[in-house]
Design a protein around this ligand. Structure first.
Ligand code: HEM
Ligand SMILES: *[C@@H]1O[C@H](CO)[C@@H](O)[C@H](O)[C@H]1NC(C)=O
Ligand SMILES: *[C@@H]1O[C@H](CO)[C@@H](O)[C@H](O)[C@H]1NC(C)=O
Length: 486
């Protein structure tokens, strides 16, 4: 009897402590006196997101729409974790550009000693990030990106082999653009030539470890403890594989002695004071982590929109064919520069289907908003809801309509500076934005030059997104009918 009694009391005690902790966590914005969305017990303001009922971007968009104009930012909770959601485009501009020095961190978890590949540009913060960023800026120069173009073009040739000469066919577009994007990452980030990347492909699908929601929460809130407990974000065999590949490719390259620059690995190891090899391998993994998903998603979304808008698709194809003709069929930097309309189509794709639906910053110093009583405290996590901004009817008229003309010079100038941020910007913006654009364009040239795309019975319209991911991905594979044009 006594035992049961004690067990009951302990359980009651534990529940009370848990309840009190949750209540204290969810009282943060109230104690700060900051406008906020009232949280629900445990889930805060993202209830449907945790169980996959809706996408994170929709939850953010709802809060954005409800509070925009009422304050420069609003507080909300992702489960128990308080976040600031920025509502005012001027404040977005300050955080990203003018006062970026207050917001150099992202606050993601990394564990460099236990998991060396997590020491990458995306995950690191503080002085480690700063010196790495300086090194990486030497790698991602326009000149270097142009040097990668011939290899990119070579890789893109496989798209046309894949599509072949068959007259009309239903194709799994997700697969087609997925293979291209993976070939590019295998080659550019890891130095793997050739085409058969089966093992690489396997590990790109399976690198997430068994990180549970509560572990992820602990790692974000208490990184020191998580590192002490040696939390690992990724599956160990996958990390071992990626590290092995990167290191052996670098050694191979040194043995062969200075081949022309064709990969990020080489660009890093040819720098004046190169990083050590494992740190370079970490960057390769970071590029895969940050870049593969959005690249294939963007190409897929783009073909989907072009299939639904045949007149825009014809305009792209005409532009591509004419430009190639003027450059004797060669995809050169000049040639890409002239693909003006195709670039507008790409940007409109990134606006309507923003692969990273929000940007994340952590305040490294207290930030007082000029001319107001509001303060962003040191350590606060800040979300910039880019996808919501990209579909804000006060910024983009009829936001659900796909209309590349929004990216004509005149129209662009009429919008506020922070109205379009698919790659983020400023100090912590996407370091590979230029490279990504180049790769997307090269892919589109190969895809559109000789083939036409149209919706078919298996095309899901309207587009549905995968709610279980923070990055924007189609829920089911994109299928289109493909036809060769002469
Ligand atoms: C369509 C393709 C891509 C999109 C839309 C995209 C978008 C983004 C965004 C929104 C961020 C966060 C920026 C911020 O917080 O302000 C980011 C960061 C980053 N991206 Fe990309 N990205 C793409 C492709 C790539 C590729 C191909 C690579 C690598 C080759 C890459 C490497 C990185 C890295 C390393 C960071 C972290 C930079 C830092 O924190 O210093 N991205 N990207
Ligand atoms: C389409 O391709 C993807 C990626 O390779 C694959 O996972 C999926 O099973 C394919 N879907 C269909 C229905 O063929
Ligand atoms: C597309 O967007 C990028 C910013 O991500 C911008 O630098 C570029 O000029 C835009 N291009 C066009 C044609 O609008």
């Amino acid at each position: 009897m006594d035992l049961i009694h004690r067990a009951l009391l302990t359980a009651l005690g534990a529940v009370s402590v848990f309840y009190a902790l949750v209540k204290i966590s969810l009282g943060y914005w109230k104690r700060r006196g900051i406008l906020h969305e009232k949280p629900k017990f445990l889930w805060g303001n993202i209830k449907g997101v945790v169980n996959g009922k809706r996408h994170a971007q929709d939850a953010l968009r709802e809060i954005y729409a409800a509070y925009k104009g009422k304050a420069p930012f609003v507080g909300f909770y992702a489960c128990l974790k308080p976040f600031i959601l920025v509502l005012d485009l001027k404040l977005v501009h300050q955080i990203i550009f003018t006062d970026a020095g207050h917001f150099t961190s992202r606050g993601l978890y990394s564990n460099p000693s236990g998991e060396p590949l997590s020491a990458n540009l995306l995950q690191l913060d503080g002085h480690k990030w700063r010196s790495l960023h300086a090194k990486s800026a030497e790698v991602f120069t326009p000149t270097n990106m142009h040097k990668l173009l011939p290899t990119l073009t070579q890789i893109s040739a496989r798209i046309q082999c894949d599509l072949g000469k068959e007259n009309q066919q239903t194709r799994n577009i997700s697969e087609l653009v997925g293979v291209y994007s993976m070939d590019v990452m295998a080659s550019m980030a890891f130095g793997l030539g050739g085409q058969d990347h089966q093992e690489f492909a396997k590990w790109t699908r399976n690198y997430w470890g068994g990180f549970k929601l509560w572990q992820a929460y602990l790692a974000l809130e208490f990184p020191l403890i998580a590192r002490l407990l040696q939390y690992k974000s990724y599956a160990e065999p996958a990390m071992a594989y990626f590290q092995k590949v990167a290191l052996s490719q670098m050694q191979e390259h040194r043995r062969r002695d200075r081949q022309p620059l064709q990969t990020f690995l080489q660009l890093y190891s040819n720098a004046d004071q190169p990083l050590d090899d494992v740190k370079i391998a970490a960057q390769a993994f970071g590029f895969l982590l940050a870049g593969l998903g959005p690249l294939k998603a963007t190409l897929g979304f783009c073909l989907y929109e072009l299939a639904r808008h045949p007149e825009l698709q014809d305009r792209c194809r005409l532009e591509i064919r004419k430009t190639l003709e003027q450059h004797s069929g060669q995809v050169t930097p000049e040639c890409l520069r002239e693909l003006k309309f195709t670039k507008q189509v790409l940007n409109e794709t990134l606006r309507l289907h923003t692969p990273y639906p929000f940007l994340l910053r952590r305040a490294t110093k207290e930030f007082e908003l000029s001319g107001s009583v509001f303060v962003i405290a040191r350590g606060n996590s800040v979300l910039i809801p880019t996808a919501a901004i990209h579909r804000d009817p006060e910024v983009y008229e009829e936001p659900e309509r796909f209309d590349p003309d929004r990216f004509e010079e005149e129209a662009k100038r009429s919008r506020p500076p922070a109205a379009f941020l698919p790659f983020g910007d400023g100090l912590r913006g996407c370091i590979a934005a230029r490279f990504a654009e180049q790769q997307l364009l090269v892919g589109l040239v190969a895809l559109l030059k000789d083939h036409r795309y149209a919706p078919c019975a298996e095309t899901t319209i309207p587009m549905e997104y995968d709610n279980r991911r923070l990055l924007l991905m189609p829920k089911s594979d994109i299928k289109l009918s493909v036809e060769r044009v002469d």
